[in-house]
Design a protein around this ligand. Sequence first.
Ligand code: ZN
Ligand code: MN
Length: 488
Amino acid sequence: MAKDDYIACIGLEVHVQLKTNSKMFCGCAVQFGEPPNTLTCPTCLGLPGALPVLNKGAIERTILAGQLLGCETPPVVKWDRKNYFYPDMPKNYQISQFDLPLCIGGGVPLYDLAYPKDAQNEIENPGKSVELTRIHLEEDVAKSTHHSGGYTTIDFNRAGTPLMEIVSEPDIDSPEEAAAYLNSLRQILVYSGVSDADMEKGQMRCDVNISVRPKTQEELGTKIELKNLNSVSAVRRSIHYEIDRQIGELDAGNTITQATWRWNDDIGQTEIMRTKEDAHDYRYFPDPDLLPVQTGELLAAVQQDLPELPHEKTARFEKEYQVTHYDASVLASDKSLADFYEKAASGNKSPKKVANWVINNFLGELKEQELELSECGLAPEKIGALVNLIEAGTISNNQAKEVFSELFANPEGDPAAIAKEKGFEPADSSEVEGFIDQAIADNPGPAGEVTEGNDKAANFLTGQVMKLSRGKANPKQVTELILQKLRG
Ligand code: ZN
Ligand code: MN
């Protein structure tokens, strides 16, 4: 059968480290990059007899994430032990949530700009929201490092970090949607301060479930799980590879066996790890050390103060500042950029023009100099002031670009002062009148065409006046004056 005769079903399980000061069940600090095994205590080392104490902030952040993604929070949630042996988890169980998680249902909206760049022009399901099954809270395990000498070291600094697991339905149709899902989810979590969700730092880790079936078949195909993917591009590439591999197997008449595979990024292939344990193998049972939690009060407190999400900000920018949907989405895609823009546009007569300057000139310059927004000292108000100079006719657009370059290099400077220093002052109006008369006299042909209604010829004359004024005249005003003179 052709590739088109099959459909793929993809579900993602995403583990996200929460942005809390302390660990999930003890008071040890959550910090990245400290010397190994310095952020530990009997509880997070799993020593016998040590008792867990719940982290309220972690529960609140998980409920917040659920509220932002449209989930329900049950009135009572509880904690369960997930039993398995692994050297990085000496208790031999992970405290997690089995049948009463903090969040149920909900969905992740897929933002257009969250798709991979090369896929943004052919989004198959615009406006799609991927359904979620649940979000539960658990503890992270320690980190093992396998060394080349054939030995392994374990660092318990990470053990006990609050970990939120977000499980989607098999509702994702393509590798591109999977990428958009991760990027959109990350945006929402960063926006709301729930997590920094940096995949490179391991703060967001992803397991992928993929099955393939002929279009004519109702029930889902056998799923393969891919473990611990650590970048969005690896997720996308591994799903492409796995869909093709599974279709190849089915086409050859083979069956797919449920198993856990891993993605080998170096060779761009999936490799089998182990056949899959079923959920009951973990022998979940309620943790006798922890009481269930009533969520009512926590939920009410979270609901009082919900942050604005990227798509809500996009809609507000379109309405409040009259910018296009595309520009609004670019500005809203990053919270610090959105804040920067709002400061620049605040009180400005032309917020739309400010948006153009922020997106084209400011972001362009950041990119060229390989700088992050946080590394650039330019105050947003100065871009607003620069746009005001253009709007008032004090400087031309091209002069503004020169002022901007100077400003970007010396963020302490003042746009009006820089313009003055460079001799960018509006041309004297009687002088401009003289230039217009001269341009008309020198170019009788084009001038005649303007009289007959040719606007292009007017642009030509404006260009001549700009040359005569050495760029000081305001082109918009010059064109208006030319039209007045020649058409009356
Ligand atoms: Zn501890
Ligand atoms: Mn988990």
